[in-house]
Ligand binder design. Structure first.
Ligand SMILES: NC(=O)c1ccc[n+]([C@@H]2O[C@H](COP(=O)([O-])OP(=O)(O)OC[C@H]3O[C@@H](n4cnc5c(N)ncnc54)[C@H](O)[C@@H]3O)[C@@H](O)[C@H]2O)c1
Ligand SMILES: [Zn+2]
Ligand SMILES: [Zn+2]
Length: 379
């Protein structure tokens, strides 16, 4: 089958790889119809991880079931399914509590597995024609009759919609809250969208890319361009000096100044300043235990110069980590089915698999207009 493989830093190509097959009785085999490029793929693409050359990327996958293993009972050939980026077993100590991003079974020695991702187990990604789905009964979200019609909405359930929602859960967003989101990439836009769906009274979002800020405005958030204005001062003004009730970190260790200088602690410290005393912060942007290629010596060791004193004095709290997609994807799918949520508003490009290497180049440069790329391997 054809798949997108990693060759080395900023070098991916479409190659012929062995077909995905049923390997265990609990597996499901999916013909991939939509698979997205994610900001998380760029960490590997940019050579910042220890991902092996030859790895097939792709953890935001949706497709049609073409074969099921003998032990699969709920999923049938012909079902349209969306797959959480986390691969999980459903029966370990963490899965049984809904913490499927920290499954103890699928990636021995670590907590958590995923498709096509550095350090997340031996699983190939779905930027390919076919995908093997382990523990298929547990991992497949079967989609309703409008699966094909709303495919570009449902595919967002694989990662960024639940991840944005998770940021608001970690932050403790309640109806009526004011919320500030740092980062208007796909994840930040989904966090802002989730806060709006939860009836937040005021949603502010900080970035410096005009196209992304424009989308934020379209969904009803207040865009704050930090290349023009101090975001902390602006948030203080908009909240009458109080600070936002809650905040979301949707950038990660790549946080940089508007001029492009990397500063990993920038968003977390801005959040401590922007959120009111006793407010909650949800941090879903990725930070790494080590980042040897960073220009910052602290970041190289996975450390952050965090304003702990101010954070503590303000009595704030923070929740972190990968999103437990299974905890939310079924509920969020109902919002799509009922027409209350249309997360496909952020799709900027739909391309065939062969165009993926070119798309990686544009998306990695955060070129104007390249917000979210969907690949259609079957079309
Ligand atoms: N926790 C999870 O489960 C999970 C899932 C998916 C993605 N992620 C992570 O979430 C993060 C965002 O993903 P994405 O796809 O939106 O990525 P992205 O890189 O497309 O978007 C990040 C945005 O942050 C902006 N930014 C950079 N520095 C900033 C600063 N100092 N202040 C404000 N904005 C700033 C950039 O301009 C960019 O628009 C990444 O770290 C990604 O790996 C986490
Ligand atoms: Zn992703
Ligand atoms: Zn598990």
């Amino acid at each position: 089958m054809k798949a997108l493989v990693y060759n080395g830093s900023r070098d991916v190509s479409i190659a012929e790889v062995p077909d995905a097959t049923i390997e265990r009785a609990t597996d499901v085999l999916v013909k991939v119809t939509t698979t997205n490029i994610c900001g998380s793929d760029l960490h590997m693409y940019e050579g910042r991880t220890n991902v092996e050359p030859g790895t097939v990327f792709g953890h935001e996958n949706l497709g049609e079931v073409i074969e099921v293993g003998d032990a699969v009972s709920q999923v049938q050939v012909g079902d349209h399914v969306c797959l959480p980026f986390n691969i999980s077993c459903g029966f370990c100590k963490n899965c049984e509590r809904g913490l499927t991003a920290f499954c103890l079974t699928v990636n021995p020695g670590m907590a958590g597995g995923a498709y096509g991702y550095a350090g997340m187990g031996p699983y190939r990604g779905g930027q390919a024609e076919y995908l093997r789905v382990p523990y298929g009964d547990f991992n497949c979200l079967r989609l309703p009759e409008d699966a094909v019609e709303k495919e570009n909405d449902y595919v967002m359930l694989s990662d960024i919609f639940p991840t944005g929602y998770h940021a608001t859960e970690l932050a403790g967003v309640q109806p009526g809250d004011s919320v500030v989101v740092y980062g208007a990439g796909p994840v930040g836009l989904m966090a802002a969208y989730s806060a709006i769906l939860k009836s937040a009274s005021l949603v502010m979002i900080v970035d410096r890319h005009p196209d992304r800020l424009q989308l934020a405005k379209k969904i009803g958030a207040i865009p704050i361009d930090d290349s023009k204005i101090s975001p902390v001062e602006q948030i203080m003004e908009l909240t009458k000096g109080e600070g936002a009730d809650t905040g979301c970190e949707c950038v990660g260790y790549h946080a940089h100044t508007p001029q492009g200088q990397e500063q990993a602690n920038m968003t977390m410290n801005n959040l401590v300043q922007s959120v009111r005393p006793t407010g909650g912060i949800g941090a879903v942007g990725v930070f790494l235990p080590e980042d040897p290629k960073s220009s910052d010596t602290l970041a190289q060791q996975g450390k952050l110069a965090f304003d702990w004193g101010l954070f503590w004095t303000k009595g704030q709290h923070v929740g972190t980590g990968q999103a437990n997609v299974k905890a939310y994807n079924r509920r969020l799918s109902k919002l799509i089915a009922s027409g209350k949520a249309n997360p496909s508003f952020l799709v900027s490009h739909q391309l065939s698999l062969k165009d993926a290497p070119e798309a990686y180049r544009h998306f990695d440069a955060r070129e104007n207009g390249w917000v979210k790329v969907l690949l259609k391997p079957a079309g």
